[in-house]
Design a binder for this molecule. Structure first.
Ligand SMILES: Nc1ncnc2c1ncn2[C@@H]1O[C@H](COP(=O)(O)OP(=O)(O)OP(=O)(O)O)[C@@H](O)[C@H]1O
Ligand SMILES: [Mg+2]
Length: 299
């Protein structure tokens, strides 16, 4: 399937109502659909199990420039998948495809399929607002709204129609606890989010993404602007969050990828070179290019 951005007006919800019910879907392990490019990688999922997210033969274009070539990979429930590779290799582009953030960039085009719980997210019937609720995103630079700490977390649930103050209070507390920030901010919920430290702001952004109960969390270098202590907190948090969410994280930090992820995908020049279990990728990769990159001989 090929989709030109800026032409679609999908409104009805093919995903609508699925919500957390999808948590009942089988806990598929991560597996790789081997693309025609000949990528190494093991089929780790049990037969018949459906991955949470599956990319099949994805090409992506910014205008005439092709940024992704035939990318196929699958990520399972309650796993962390790390995307690694040198600058400009397409990690962020691929990540943004998973919640259709690239739709916002004029002149882009995607071909191939990306499935969430088996449903093609580029199908014209998909409600993109609902998709983005289910697939939350956290960026490299924390970007809290210039509002109070409370309002940052309550924003998403409000947009999705929740008005009840007590229910909102409960969500704000529960989510801030989940993002390991509650103890630090519980006495200053009305203060501006911009008064928080960088690491706190990043955890607030994670809380904001979690407040609408997503299934999947996309993180694009979430700790690269943070000091080692704040980074360690984010990594601990990722470890806790993966109990409940499928997480895909872009990182330039090899140690971080090795520490936090179960599966690792190595991208180079818009192609997926190798995808497999993190322990294997970091100790015994199948491809020389992967080894050169992770050992710092290249990139
Ligand atoms: N909005 C855009 N318009 C045109 N080209 C873009 C756009 N965003 C990214 N690209 C190009 O697509 C390619 C992949 O970029 P992408 O940002 O996905 O790389 P990346 O792997 O995330 O890099 P980095 O590690 O530096 O963040 C690059 O050649 C980049 O210049
Ligand atoms: Mg990037």
């Amino acid at each position: 399937m090929t989709v030109e951005h800026g032409q679609r007006t999908g409104t009805s919800s093919a995903l609508g109502g699925a919500g957390r019910a999808s948590a009942a879907s089988p806990r598929a392990d991560v597996r790789l659909a081997i693309p025609s490019g000949g990528v190494d990688g093991a089929e780790a999922a049990a037969p018949g199990r459906r991955p949470k997210i599956e990319a099949r033969g994805v090409d992506f274009f910014y205008g005439a420039t092709q940024a992704l070539h035939d990318v196929s990979l699958a990520a399972g429930d309650c796993k962390v998948t790390a995307l690694i590779g040198p600058s400009g290799c397409g990690k962020s582009t691929f990540l943004r495809l998973i919640n259709r953030m690239n739709d916002l960039i004029a002149g882009t085009r995607v071909a191939g399929r990306i499935l969430l719980d088996g449903e093609d997210i580029y199908d014209s019937r998909i409600d993109v607002v609902d998709l983005r609720r289910r697939v939350g995103m956290v960026f490299q630079r924390s970007n809290p709204f210039p509002k109070s700490i409370y309002e940052n977390v309550a924003y998403g649930p409000r947009v999705h129609g929740l008005r009840d103050k007590a229910a909102l209070d409960e969500i704000v507390e529960k989510t801030l606890r989940g993002a390991a920030l509650w103890e630090e901010v519980k006495d200053r919920l009305a203060s501006s989010a911009l008064s928080l430290s960088g690491g706190q702001q990043q955890r607030l952004c994670i809380a904001r993404a979690l407040a609408v109960e997503p299934d999947v969390l996309l993180m694009d270098e979430p700790a690269s602007a943070l000091d080692p202590l704040a980074t360690a907190k984010i990594e601990e948090l990722i470890h806790e969050l993966k109990e409940r969410y499928t997480i895909i994280i872009v990182t330039h930090n090899m140690q971080q990828a090795a520490r936090v992820s179960d599966m690792t995908a190595y991208f180079y020049l818009g192609r997926l070179v190798e995808f497999g279990e993190t322990a294997k990728i970091f100790t015994n990769p199948s491809r020389q290019e992967t080894e050169d990159y992770i050992t710092g001989r290249f990139g």
